[in-house]
Design a protein around this ligand. Structure first.
Ligand code: SF4
Ligand code: SF4
Length: 137
């Protein structure tokens, strides 16, 4: 199995620092690959990344919620969205995302749709080569 980062990820990057097998890759280009992606062949399911995420965006694959109920105010980031998110990441760097949407309290989302892009990123997407384009956001 593997852990999965879902569309609640706003690229805070706290998770990347703790992964013992360095299998988390920031997606590039951001408009096509907006999240951090976990290499399913390398992830050892240690769970160390889960408590590091301030947005609770990471789940074991078999626990990704099919009915995530929004608290309200949090953002999702995904291909095709056009809303703006700005924040500060784990290292003090600026995050600016233009493919975000702020959720309303009580909205229900199926986050299992976010599982496939994680696999696709390494199978048919840029995979580890995205690290070459990484500029800290
Ligand atoms: S800590 Fe959470 S929000 Fe930040 S990059 Fe990791 S999964 Fe995304
Ligand atoms: S579960 Fe462990 S090995 Fe897998 S991505 Fe998270 S920190 Fe890395």
């Amino acid at each position: 199995m593997t852990h999965i980062i879902t569309s609640i990820c706003v690229r805070d990057r706290g998770c990347i620092d703790v992964c013992p097998v360095e299998c988390m890759v920031p997606g590039q280009p951001i408009n096509e690959w907006p999240w951090i992606y976990i290499d399913p062949d390398t992830c050892i399911d240690c769970g160390a990344c889960v408590p590091e995420c301030p947005f609770a965006a990471i789940f074991p694959e078999d626990e990704v919620p099919a009915a995530y109920t929004a608290k309200g105010g949090e953002y999702i980031v995904n291909v095709g969205l056009t809303g703006h998110f700005e924040g500060t990441n784990h290292h003090g760097g600026k995050i600016v995302l233009d493919n975000a949407r702020q959720l309303e309290a009580g909205e229900v989302l199926d986050l299992t749709a976010d599982i496939k892009p994680n696999y696709d990123f390494f199978k048919s997407g840029p995979g580890y080569s995205a690290k070459d384009q990484d500029q800290g956001m």
